[in-house]
Design a protein. Structure first.
Length: 335
């Protein structure tokens, strides 16, 4: 069975040589160079292949065996539709595309995220802490059983604060969209949050919000969302495909636990196997319980420093080769 085969939308865009290149990898077709030469001679491209008929293949000079196999396979390909992110369940299946035959996140290669120093007296940081404490007072302690709408209030507070601090540190404007549709070649559907650089309109960070028990599922969906984000950004760029190298960041969180991903086509990295944890508990509101209050503040600042660092890093517009060097530096501590 093909691993992560192309969808009908992808095959539709293949030119003749790209189609031949793909068909050469499909062993069950049992095609040889003579067959590929016919395809090349009559200039069958992906669009034609998906609608191919027995009569046309016979007219082109194919014999019975290849005709049957090609027509059946073309029909199979035409039925491969894009999947919704919500249908993705297996982290192992996703990681296989990156050479990791496991559903253990500790097997994902690591990277060292760029961070941004945040001062205790930063206006946005102070507002963030106050907003968190207000929500804790209203909703009480955030637990794994808290509903999605409550979790999102805490997540959005953190993300909005990070955007404002990043804007104050750069000349860029960042927008955040909720339930933003990211439609790629293989997968489609809404992301929980998408952070977009205003000037270019490019997606730079995708956030998936899942409860703790859906951790592996959330990682799998976030990685597929990042893949599709590359498709979206690529459509907006005019540069030559050979120069088209970019990377994106993913954030996976349950509001309490935070993980960070670095993705460029064909490679995925994780900043932390153990999550960065922000406790949203009633004790943090109790001014006599300084230990909880300080812990909430310290861990909130740590998560913010990473998110702001990711945004500031992406705000720098550099050439593709410089981006490659930067990504290699981020991953220089890989085992």
């Amino acid at each position: 069975m093909e691993n992560n085969p192309p969808t009908s939308d992808e095959i539709h865009e293949y030119d003749t040589e790209k189609l031949i290149e793909y068909l050469q990898t499909v062993k069950k077709l049992k095609l040889n160079e003579k067959h590929f030469e016919i395809i090349r001679k009559v200039e069958i491209a992906g669009e034609n292949f998906l609608k191919i008929t027995e009569k046309k293949l016979y007219d082109f000079g194919f014999s019975f065996g290849p005709v049957e196999r090609i027509v059946n396979f073309a029909k199979e390909c035409s039925e491969r539709k894009r999947q919704k992110y919500s249908s993705i369940r297996s982290l192992r299946d996703v990681l296989k595309d990156y050479g990791v035959d496991s559903d253990d996140i500790s097997r994902i290669p690591s990277f060292e995220p760029q961070t941004h120093e945040i001062q205790d007296n930063d206006e946005y940081f102070q507002n963030c802490i106050n907003n968190i404490l207000i929500r804790i007072k209203i909703y009480g302690t955030l637990s794994p059983n808290s509903n999605e709408k409550i979790r999102r209030e805490f997540v959005s507070t953190i993300l909005h604060t990070a955007l404002r601090i990043a804007e104050a540190s750069t000349d860029n404007i960042f927008n955040m969209a909720v339930e933003y549709e990211v439609n790629g070649k293989k997968y489609y559907g809404p992301t929980d949050y998408a952070i977009i650089e205003s000037k270019s309109g490019n997606l730079i960070c995708i956030t998936e919000d899942k409860i703790d028990k859906s951790m592996q599922e959330g990682f799998a969906q976030n990685i597929r969302q990042l893949e599709s984000s590359h498709d979206v950004n690529k459509k907006k760029r005019k540069r030559d495909e050979n120069e088209d190298f970019d990377y994106l960041y993913g954030i996976f969180t349950s509001a309490r636990e935070w993980y960070f991903l670095l993705h460029n086509p064909g490679e995925i990295s994780l900043s932390n196997v153990t999550p960065f944890v922000i406790e949203y508990c009633k004790e943090a509101w109790n001014k006599e319980s300084n230990e909880y209050g300080l812990l909430c503040k310290k861990n909130t600042k740590k998560v913010l420093s990473i998110i702001v660092g990711l945004l500031v890093d992406k705000a720098v517009d550099i050439e593709p080769e410089a981006k490659r060097i930067k990504v290699n530096r981020f991953r220089s501590n890989d085992n």
